[in-house]
Structures are given as structure tokens and as C-alpha cells.
Design a protein. Structure first.
Length: 253
């Protein structure tokens, strides 16, 4: 029986399961970590690949079921909370992440992935449609916001397809969306992560205001007060703009 507090909605459509697994490239890494395998509908197709499959599942009952049905998972299952796993301890090389994720912790999962981007070259995952759309959104759209910019600073995000409620047991309340994230910037933000997050969050906090107003709480450096971006709203800046702006800001301080 599905456990609601763990966000358990089991996918019942094999073709969709296959399609999600085929979203991964299986290139440039030897391991894949599946988050929340449940009864193994994706796991089954992952185990057909030459890449090594690992699973992280919080529900011991699911783990018992998986161990019984998939011998290949022997020594490759972590029972526990994905958010608490120290990835660099378990994997000494690159690992792709996949999952039909529990929707109650969607953004924490995304933040865990970007915090570990150096180890995670690729991710294919299902979220509630709204989160998938916000993650993949482009500038000047209503979905473009903090999540879009923070994730896209590290990953190119592609919205793959929408999944209807009725292919799950039990059906969730909302539609789902599958996205693919491909790492885009190996060198990252070069030590400017905290300032970058601050600027993005503060800028979008008052998204209807120009940045000259929205960013006031941050003590804008004098030399940036007449910057061309100050006359724009956060949603008009590309991810690249935000990164460059952060670097200029850092240099001005
Ligand atoms: N992959 C299965 C499928 O597609 O049918 C199950 C998907 S279900 C939406 C989410 C799964 O994540 C459940 O099996 C749940 O037990 C598991 N889960 C919930 N919270 C978790 C966490 N913090 N860490 C790891 N797994 C978790």
C-alpha cells in the first residue's frame, strides 16, 4: 500500500518508464543513482544498461521488495534519505541521477543536485509539472524565477514531456513533467555562489520592481548603481547576465 507521507505514487505505464530511462545518455559516467525506486518500475530498465545502477530509497518495505526481485542490486542499495547521503563518500567518480521524485521534497532534491554538480553530469527526473516548468523556464516568462536561474547556472534544462495523473497508483492531484538536466559549466561560479544566490533571490523577491529598487536590501556597490541592469526587472536578465553581474559586483566590493 502506498505511503502518502513519503510521496509514493507508483508509475503503472511501462512505456513511460522506458521513455524516462531513455532520457539519460549513459555516456561519460559509469554509475547511475536512482532516487526513490519504489517497486522498481524504472530500475528494471536501468538494470538492462551496461552502466551500474544504484538506488536510494527511504522506505524499507520497498527495499525488501527490490532486493527480492533484483539480485543485481545486491550491495547497491542505500536505505535512507537521499537528501542526507554524502555522494562523494559513496561514489568516487561521476554519477548520473534519475527518479520519479517524491514531490514533497522537489526543490530540496534540485538543490542537492546543484550542490553536487561537480559529481553529477546529468539528471533525468519527474517532478510536479509546475516545478518542471519553473526549472526549465526561459527569461521574460512567468515561470522564470529563482529556481530557473539557480539550476540553469549549472545545468542546461530541457522539458521532455508531461505525464498524466491517471498513469499512477494512487493518482497524484496534479500533472507531472519530466526534465533532463545536462551540466553546462564545469568551473561553476568560482567562489561567488553565495553572492549569486543572494542577488538572484533578492532580485526576484520583488519581481515587478526594477533591480535598482529590488536589490536595495543588499547594499548595491556605488559603481554599479548606474549599471544598465539596474533599469531592468529580474525576469529580463538571462542566467549569463546574472553570473556576469555577480562577478562585477564582487569586483566592485
Ligand atoms: N520510482 C517509483 C515509481 O516510479 O513508481 C516510485 C516513485 S514515488 C513518486 C517516490 C518514491 O520516493 C517512493 O518510493 C518513496 O518511498 C521514495 N522517497 C520518498 N522520500 C524519499 C527520500 N527522502 N529519499 C529517498 N527516497 C524517498
Amino acid at each position: 500500500k502506498a505511503k502518502k507521507h513519503l510521496g509514493q505514487h507508483f508509475l503503472t505505464d511501462e512505456n513511460i518508464a522506458k521513455k524516462i530511462v531513455e532520457g539519460l545518455s549513459f555516456e561519460d559516467y559509469n554509475s547511475v543513482l536512482e532516487v526513490g525506486p519504489g517497486m522498481g518500475v524504472l530500475t528494471k530498465y536501468l538494470l538492462e544498461k551496461p552502466t551500474e545502477t544504484f538506488v536510494a530509497e527511504i522506505d524499507t518495505e520497498s527495499i525488501d521488495y527490490l532486493k527480492l526481485h533484483y539480485q543485481k542490486l545486491e550491495n547497491k542499495h542505500f536505505t535512507g534519505d537521499f537528501l542526507k547521503i554524502n555522494l562523494s563518500e559513496f561514489f568516487n567518480s561521476q554519477v548520473a541521477v534519475i527518479g520519479n521524485f517524491p514531490y514533497n521534497i522537489s526543490s530540496q532534491i534540485l538543490f542537492k543536485i546543484i550542490d553536487n554538480y561537480q559529481q553529477i553530469p546529468e539528471m533525468v527526473g519527474m517532478f510536479q509539472k509546475e516545478v518542471a516548468e519553473r526549472t526549465a523556464a526561459i527569461p521574460r516568462t512567468k515561470d522564470y524565477g529563482i529556481l530557473s536561474v539557480l539550476v540553469q547556472a549549472y545545468y542546461d534544462v530541457k522539458y521532455l514531456f508531461t505525464v498524466h495523473e491517471n498513469v499512477f497508483n494512487p493518482p497524484p492531484k496534479v500533472k507531472s513533467g519530466v526534465i533532463k538536466m545536462t551540466r553546462n559549466r564545469k568551473e561553476g561560479l568560482k567562489g561567488n555562489e553565495i553572492l549569486f544566490k543572494q542577488i538572484v533571490k533578492t532580485g526576484f523577491n520583488q519581481r515587478r520592481k526594477k533591480l535598482s529598487n529590488a536589490l536595495k536590501p543588499l547594499n548595491i556597490p556605488e559603481s554599479l548603481k548606474n549599471h544598465a541592469f539596474m533599469d531592468k526587472r529580474a525576469e529580463e536578465l538571462s542566467v549569463e547576465d546574472f553570473i556576469n553581474f555577480t562577478i562585477e559586483w564582487k569586483a566592485a566590493n
